[in-house]
Ligand binder design. Structure first.
Ligand code: NAD
Length: 354
C-alpha cells in the first residue's frame, strides 16, 4: 500500500526519537512491500523559532491531508518566556483540535522483561496485563465555562457532555473490544454526576448493538482502586476527559517506564495522531540516550489504526519484545546484566529485527 505520513519531531529529544520510529517504519515498508512517504514539519518550539507560532496553518493543512501524523514531543525551557498564547503546548492543543481527534488511546502493557519496573507486587501482575484506556479528549470539565465570584472566594467549573460526544467515543471502544478480548468497562461517577448518568445511559443503549461485547460499569473511584488491585481484569476501558486524564497516568505508572508508552488520538475517520506519552526530556536531549521505544510503538499503533496493517503493527511489537529479550536497554530502563545502548542503536536494533 501507499501511505503519506507527516512527521512532527518537535523539540529537545523529539527529533532523536522520531528519527528512530521513521527508521523502523521504513524497515516495515521494505519488508512488506509498502511505500510510505514522510513529510517532516515543525511543531511547538521549533515552529516558534522558525515562524513565530507553535503551529502554522500550512502544517495543520498538511496533517489533515496525510494518512497519519507521527509526533515526537514539544516544549521545554527555551520557550518558558514566550507569551502564553504562543507557548509550544498550544501548538499541540491546536493540532488535536484542528485534526478533530476526540479519542485518546493509551495502551497499558507490562513487558515481562521490564516487570521489575512495575511498582505492583509480582502476584498482582502474574497474569498478562494488556489494557486499552480510551479517554474522551474534547469535552468534559476541561472545555466548560469557568468563573470566579466577584469576591474571589468561590469558583465554578462547568462539566458538560452531549450524547453524541459519548456515543462516538463509545463506538470506538466497542469496535476495539470486538477485536480484542471482547470486554468493555465504562467508567463514570453516575451515582453523583448528571453527565455520568447521560454517559452510562448512552453506553447502555449502544451495547444492544454489540451483543458480543461484555460490558461492565464502574465508578471511577473503584476503577482507580481496581487498576492497582486486579489490573488483569481489564480489556478496554472507556471514560471521560477528566477521569481518563487521571486513570491513564495511573496506568502509565503501573507499566513503570515512561519511555516505553505509546499513544494514539483518533477522530471519526482513520486519520490519527500518534505520539509517545512522555515530554521532550530537556535534561537528556542531544546525548543520544533517550528511549525511542514509546515512539516506535506509537508507529505500530499508526499502522494498526490508521493504515489497517495489523500484521505489520505486530511485527514492530514483536521486534521490540525481541530486543528486550536479548537484553538491550536504554539508560532509563537499564538494570544489571543488560547491555546499555543509545537511542540510535536501539532504533537500529528494532529495525534490524523487522
Ligand atoms: P518529560 O516526560 O519530558 O520528562 C520527565 C522525566 O522522564 C525526565 O527525567 C526525562 O529525562 C525522562 N524521560 C522522558 N522521556 C524519556 C525517554 N524517551 N527516554 C528516557 N527518559 C525519558 O516531562 P517534563 O520534564 O515534565 O517536561 C519537559 C517538557 O516536555 C515540558 O516543556 C513539558 O511541557 C513538555 N511535555 C510535552 C508533552 C508532549 O509533547 N506531548 C508531554 C508532556 C510534557
Amino acid at each position: 500500500m501507499q501511505a503519506h505520513i507527516v512527521t512532527l519531531p518537535g523539540d529537545y529529544i523529539g527529533p532523536e526519537i522520531t528519527a528512530q520510529a521513521v527508521k523502523v517504519l521504513e524497515a516495515v515498508a521494505n519488508k512488506y512491500g509498502h511505500t510510505f512517504t514522510f513529510d517532516e514539519r515543525k511543531l511547538g518550539g521549533a515552529s516558534i523559532d522558525a515562524y513565530g507560532v507553535p503551529l502554522t496553518d500550512e502544517t495543520l493543512d498538511a496533517c489533515n491531508a496525510a494518512d497519519a501524523v507521527l509526533m515526537g514531543s514539544v516544549g521545554g525551557p527555551k520557550w518558558d518566556g514566550v507569551a502564553p498564547a504562543v507557548r509550544p503546548e498550544k501548538g499541540l492543543l491546536a493540532l488535536r483540535k484542528g485534526m478533530q481527534v476526540f479519542a485518546n488511546l493509551r495502551p497499558c502493557t507490562i513487558h515481562p522483561q521490564l516487570s521489575a519496573a512495575c511498582p505492583l507486587r509480582p502476584d498482582i501482575v502474574s497474569q498478562p496485563i494488556d489494557i486499552m484506556i480510551l479517554r474522551e479528549l474534547t469535552g468534559d470539565i476541561y472545555f466548560g465555562k469557568r468563573w470566579r465570584a466577584e469576591d474571589r472566594l468561590s469558583a465554578t467549573d462547568e462539566m458538560a457532555y452531549s450524547a453524541m460526544e459519548v456515543e462516538r467515543l463509545a463506538r470506538i471502544g466497542f469496535e476495539m473490544a470486538k477485536k480484542r478480548r471482547g470486554k468493555l468497562c465504562s467508567v463514570d461517577k453516575a451515582n453523583v454526576l448528571e453527565c455520568s448518568r447521560l454517559w452510562r445511559e448512552t453506553v447502555q443503549r449502544l451495547s444492544a448493538e454489540y451483543p458480543e461485547v461484555e460490558v461492565t460499569y464502574m465508578y471511577v473511584d473503584n476503577a482507580a482502586m481496581q487498576l492497582i488491585l486486579r489490573p488483569a481484569q481489564f480489556d478496554v476501558m472507556i471514560t471521560g476527559n477528566l477521569f481518563g486524564d487521571i486513570l491513564s497516568d495511573e496506568s502509565a505508572a503501573i507499566a513503570g517506564s515512561l519511555g516505553m508508552m505509546p499513544s494514539a488520538s483518533l477522530g471519526s475517520g482513520t486519520r490519527g495522531l500518534y505520539e509517545p506519552i512522555h515530554g521532550s526530556a530537556p535534561d537528556i536531549a542531544g546525548q543520544d540516550i533517550a528511549n525511542p521505544l514509546g515512539t516506535i510503538l506509537s508507529g505500530a499503533l499508526l499502522l494498526r489504526h490508521s493504515l489497517g496493517l495489523e500484521d505489520e503493527a505486530k511485527a514492530i511489537e514483536r521486534a521490540v519484545s525481541q530486543v528486550l529479550d536479548e537484553g538491550y536497554r536504554t539508560a532509563d530502563i537499564f538494570s544489571a546484566g543488560c547491555t546499555k545502548v543509545g537511542c540510535t542503536q536501539m532504533g537500529d536494533l528494532v529495525a534490524a529485527r523487522i
